[in-house]
Design a protein around this ligand. Structure first.
Ligand code: GUN
Ligand code: ZN
Length: 439
C-alpha cells in the first residue's frame, strides 16, 4: 500500500458560506496533514495528529507555506474549442457559425481528436482543474479520444458526444437515430470505466430537430442516472430563434421540459435570461444552471442574475464554469474573478469564501458528487491542488499585507491564475510537474 502524507495549509468547505465571516463553513488547518493511500484521502487534520496515526515509514511531502485545496471543478467546457478561444465575433450565433462549427468539423479525424485531448488534460491540470464537464464534438471518435485520455490519467471526468442534426455544416451533423445509437455506444464503451461518466448531450434546441430531442428523451429514460447537458437562454437572438423553431412550446425551457430533460442531473449552460415561469420549472425539477462569466462577457450575452435566482421563493441551483472556448480563461480563479465583477455591475456582492466554495465543493454539490470530489474529507478521491499565493512578484508584494484566509483567497482570485497552481494531484498522482501525468 502506498501511503503519502502531504503537509501544508489545508482549506476545505463543509457547506456554502452564508457571508464573508461565516468561518464555520470551512475547515482551515494552518499546519495541516493530508494522508493519501491508493488514490484516496484517508485522514485530514492537524499535521502532528495525522502524523502520529500514520505508519512510521510514511513518506512526507512538505508543501508549506502553500495552501492545499480540493481540485477545482469546471462544470461546462467544450473540448474541441481549444483552438478558437478569443475569436473575434459580434455575438454567440456569429461566433458559432464563423469559427466554432468549422473548428469542430476537424474532430472527425481521430489523430486530431487524440492530439487535442492530450493538450486538454495537460492544460486543465496545469490550471488546477481536476474535474471537467465537457462537450465533445458530434463525432464519436472525439468522445473516445477524450475518455481514453481521462482513463489514462485516472481523472473523474463527465463528457458526452454532442447530438446535433441540423443548423450546422454537414460535417457536424448526425441524425436522430445516429445520435441515439452513438450515444448508447459511448455509454457502453466508457460509462463507469475508470472514473468516467457519460452525459447525454443534445447541444441546444437550435441544432436538434424534434425527432432528435425525442431520441435524447429516450436516452434519458433508459439511463436515468446519467447527466444531461445542454445550453439555455444565453443570448436574446438565440432565444427568439429557438422559440420560432418550437412554436408549440411556452418558452425555451419548456422545449427541454417537453422532452423530459429537466432534472437533478441536468446542467443548463448560461441560462441568463429566464422568465419567472422558466425559473420555477427549473427550480421544481432541481435542475442546475451553469454560470459562465468570462464567456458571457466576451460574447456580450448578458449579466447572470445570480442573487435574484438564489433569493427566489423557489431558489435555483447554480454551478460555475469556464465555457472554453466561448470563455476566455482556463483558470477557475480568473472565472470567479469575472463572476465577482458581474455581481458588482448588478449591485450585488460575491464574497471570497463563496467564490472558493463554488469552484470546489459548490460545483461538486451541483454535480451531486460531494461524496467523491470538491473537499479534502477522508473517504473522498485524492484530487487536490497546491496553491502558491505569492507566485508572482505582484502577488508576493500584496501578500505582505494579507491578514486572513478570506483576504488571501480574494487576492488569489484577483491576481492569480495557472502560475499560482504549484501542483495538481489527481487520484494522488502529481500531474502538473510531470508532463502527461505519468510518474
Ligand atoms: N450554444 C450552443 N453551442 C454553444 C457553444 O459551443 N458555446 C456557447 N457559448 N454557446 C453555445
Ligand atoms: Zn457551452
Amino acid at each position: 500500500m502506498t501511503s503519502t502524507l502531504y503537509r501544508g495549509r489545508l482549506l476545505s468547505f463543509r457547506r456554502a458560506p452564508r457571508d464573508a465571516h461565516d468561518h464555520d463553513s470551512y475547515l482551515f488547518e494552518e499546519d495541516g496533514g493530508l494522508l493519501v493511500e491508493n488514490g484516496m484521502i484517508v485522514a485530514m487534520g492537524d499535521f502532528q495528529a495525522v502524523r502520529a496515526d500514520a505508519a512510521d515509514d510514511v513518506e512526507v511531502i512538505d508543501h508549506r507555506p502553500h495552501l492545499i485545496l480540493p481540485g477545482l471543478i469546471d462544470t461546462h467546457v467544450h473540448f474541441p474549442q481549444m483552438q478558437v478561444i478569443g475569436s473575434y465575433a459580434a455575438n454567440l450565433l456569429e461566433w458559432l457559425d464563423t469559427y466554432t462549427f468549422p473548428e469542430e468539423c476537424r474532430f472527425v479525424e481521430t489523430a486530431h481528436a487524440t492530439r487535442i485531448a492530450t493538450q486538454f488534460f495537460d492544460e486543465f491540470f496545469r490550471q488546477g482543474t481536476t474535474t471537467a464537464v465537457a462537450y465533445c464534438s458530434v463525432h464519436k471518435a472525439s468522445a473516445d479520444a477524450f475518455f481514453a485520455e481521462s482513463l489514462k490519467r485516472g481523472s473523474l471526468m463527465i463528457a458526452g458526444k454532442v447530438m446535433m442534426d441540423r443548423g450546422a455544416p454537414q460535417g457536424l451533423l448526425d441524425t436522430a437515430q445516429i445520435g441515439y445509437d452513438e450515444t448508447r455506444q459511448v455509454i457502453a464503451d466508457w460509462h463507469g470505466r475508470g472514473r468516467n461518466h457519460v452525459a447525454i448531450t443534445p447541444r441546444f434546441a437550435i441544432t436538434s430537430t424534434p425527432e432528435q430531442m425525442g431520441a435524447a428523451q429516450t436516452l434519458a429514460r433508459e439511463f436515468p442516472d446519467l447527466y444531461i447537458q445542454t445550453h439555455l437562454s444565453e443570448n436574446r437572438d438565440e432565444i427568439a430563434y429557438t422559440c420560432s423553431l418550437y412554436p408549440d412550446a411556452a418558452d425555451y425551457t419548456d422545449i427541454y421540459d417537453r422532452y423530459g430533460l429537466l432534472g437533478q442531473k441536468s446542467l443548463f449552460g448560461h441560462a441568463i435570461h429566464l422568465s419567472e415561469r422558466e425559473a420555477d420549472a427549473l427550480s421544481d425539477s432541481g435542475s442546475v444552471l451553469v454560470h459562465c462569466p468570462t464567456s458571457n462577457l466576451f460574447l456580450g450575452s448578458g449579466l447572470f442574475p445570480m442573487r435574484t435566482y438564489q433569493r427566489r421563493d423557489k431558489p435555483l441551483r447554480i454551478a460555475v464554469a469556464t465555457d472554453i472556448g466561448g470563455g476566455t480563461s482556463y483558470s477557475m480563479l480568473k472565472t470567479l474573478d469575472e463572476a465577482y465583477k458581474i455581481q458588482q455591475l448588478l449591485g450585488e456582492r460575491l464574497n471570497p469564501l463563496e467564490s472558493a466554495y463554488m469552484m470546489t465543493r459548490g460545483n461538486a454539490e451541483a454535480l451531486s458528487l460531494e461524496d467523491r470530489i470538491g473537499t479534502l474529507e477522508p473517504g473522498t478521491d485524492a484530487d487536490f491542488i497546491v496553491v502558491d499565493s505569492a507566485a508572482t512578484p505582484a502577488m508576493k508584494l500584496r501578500m505582505e499585507t494579507v491578514r486572513s484566509i478570506g483576504e488571501e483567497l480574494f487576492l488569489l482570485q484577483a491576481l492569480g491564475d495557472d502560475r499560482a497552481i504549484a501542483e495538481t494531484y489527481v487520484a494522488g498522482r502529481p500531474m502538473k510537474s510531470v508532463a502527461g501525468g505519468t510518474d
